[in-house]
Design a protein around this ligand. Structure first.
Ligand code: UGA
Ligand code: MN
Length: 472
């Protein structure tokens, strides 16, 4: 009996002991766990998520989910790029071909297109916002008729009194975009809505690639149109320079930007950058002649580009003003409003030129009395490229005017080729040359990017970025 009792007591004791050990272990474990957790970074579901950047749509083949502008280049690069994308002929025009001079390349596209015309207030405002072009196929100009078979809705809105018309065909998967731009003289009211739609290629297959046909620039008479001729060439800084200049030009109304690359073929990334900026443009090519490329001496940079721009104007422009704007310089938008009314030739100072720090006409007693520049070099017009503008009508009156392939004498040669031109016919802008509104800035040269490790980063965002970089 007692043995039985003591057995029971022993059992009770050991149960108690086990329970105590269990509770104690649990407590210790919990304390340790708490300590461990306190050392950990926030769990992923506790991290406040950034608003989604929609890059996912780029890889899906048929979805037309919204994609923000930041993903355009990425989606563009994901899309297989047919060789026919490149057009190796000189004078290639990227984008809308019809009515834009010879050698135009037409974008073949398909799908429902939505568009809205420009909002034009009192004949002086226009809108141009270009969503991204992701052309599937670029056909030659002779294929233009084939475009008719493609189901497209195009709306053309002619700006009533001003005669500014923008034909716009949009095929896009993008969201509503609106933009407001102001120019120094007028307000530009601009709103553009693109309805989402499924992009399809001409075979009727859904591709998920967004397409946009750029608006056609039609110059209006008032205020006079500006034609900005910008030579450019491939280098690590190119897209950055064009972006900076493009957004300066975006503040200026009734302007056509002639971007002319020193190359045999257009570069889709440049076209893409121009599309994204949304300034009316033509993208042409004009390679430097081989003989100058090979020389060890100074090269005539941007000359074939500028002459190509002059050819374009002779064929496509009747009035307004032309200006050579190198892609790396700095421009105050006030100069554009001032040069707009040039009758023959206008000039003004350019900062950061030579050791004098500025290149400028000298005005004495209200009259042009020579030039101030660190290097005169026997030039009749020792001025910088950024320091003069020419009327388109005047250019037409001088059918032989062009720029010589003569390093250092490009400006002088071109201005001389406009003869006869009296000094008193040269208009002096920028507060009668007492102010500086343009600068000959020079971007630091950047080395080519290091090679990309495909094995290591092939499946990451770097594979997209990599394609934007310039390698030797
Ligand atoms: C200066 C002047 O500002 C230019 O107008 C002039 O053409 C040039 O000198 C020259 O005399 O050769 P700079 O800053 O020295 O310009 O030259 P860059 O800015 O390198 O080139 C001028 C323009 O030509 C730029 O818009 C550039 O993109 C373009 N370029 C340059 C080419 O198209 N191809 C090239 O190989 C180099
Ligand atoms: Mn320069």
């Amino acid at each position: 009996m007692t043995g039985n009792l003591s057995n029971k007591m022993a059992l009770g004791k050991s149960i108690k002991m086990y329970l105590t050990i269990f509770v104690a272990t649990t407590c210790i474990y919990m304390v340790l766990y708490q300590y461990h957790m306190s050392r950990q970074p926030l769990a992923t579901n506790e991290v406040v998520k950034q608003p989604e950047k929609s890059s996912s749509s780029s890889s899906s083949s048929s979805s037309s989910s919204s994609s923000s502008s930041s993903s355009y280049i990425a989606s563009f690069l994901w899309a297989p790029m047919p060789n026919s994308f490149y057009n190796s002929t000189q004078n290639t025009t990227m984008g809308l071909g019809q009515g834009h001079g010879g050698g135009a390349t037409n974008v073949t596209y398909s799908s429902t297109a939505t568009s809205s015309g420009p909002v034009n207030a009192s004949g002086s405002s226009y809108f141009f916002y270009s969503t991204v072009s992701l052309p599937l196929i670029l056909s030659s100009a002779s294929d233009a008729n084939n475009n008719k078979s493609i189901s497209t809705t195009t709306t053309t809105t002619a700006a009533a009194t001003a005669g500014l018309a923008t034909t716009s065909t949009t095929t896009t998967t993008t969201k509503t975009t609106s933009s407001t731009t102001t120019a120094s003289t007028q307000k530009l009211k601009t709103t553009r809505i693109s309805k989402p739609s499924h992009a399809q290629n001409s075979m009727g297959k859904s591709t998920g690639v967004t397409l946009k046909i750029r608006s056609k620039f039609v110059a209006v008479s008032d205020p006079p149109p500006l034609y900005i001729i910008t030579p450019t060439y491939r280098r690590p800084e190119q897209l950055a320079e064009l972006t900076r200049l493009g957004y300066t030009l975006k503040h200026v109304l009734n302007l056509l930007w002639l971007v002319i690359e020193d190359a045999n073929r257009t570069n889709p990334l440049v076209a893409h950058t121009l599309d994204r900026i949304g300034v009316p443009y033509e993208y042409l090519v004009a390679p430097m002649p081989e003989q100058y490329k090979l020389t060890k001496r100074a090269k005539p940079r941007g000359v074939s580009n500028r002459n190509r721009g002059l050819d374009y104007l002779r064929a496509n422009a009747t009035e307004g003003v032309l200006y050579f704007a190198d892609d790396d310089n700095t421009y105050d938008i006030n100069i554009f409003e001032q040069m707009r009314y040039t009758k023959k030739v206008a000039m003004w100072p350019v900062g950061l030129v030579t050791k004098t720090g500025v290149s400028s006409p000298i005005i004495r007693a209200g009259k042009l009395d020579g030039y101030y520049d660190g290097w005169i070099g026997g030039r009749k017009y020792p001025v910088d490229m950024a320091g003069f503008a020419v009327s388109v009508k005047f250019l037409h009156e001088r059918p032989k005017a062009k720029m010589p392939f003569k390093p250092g004498y490009e400006e002088d040669g071109f201005l001389r080729s406009l003869a006869p031109l009296q000094n008193n016919e040269i208009e002096l802008l920028a507060d009668e040359c007492r102010d500086i509104l343009t600068w000959h800035t020079q971007t630091k040269k950047n080395p080519a990017a290091l090679p990309f490790n495909l094995t290591r980063y092939g499946n990451t965002n770097l594979a997209f970025i990599e394609k934007l970089l310039v390698r030797p």
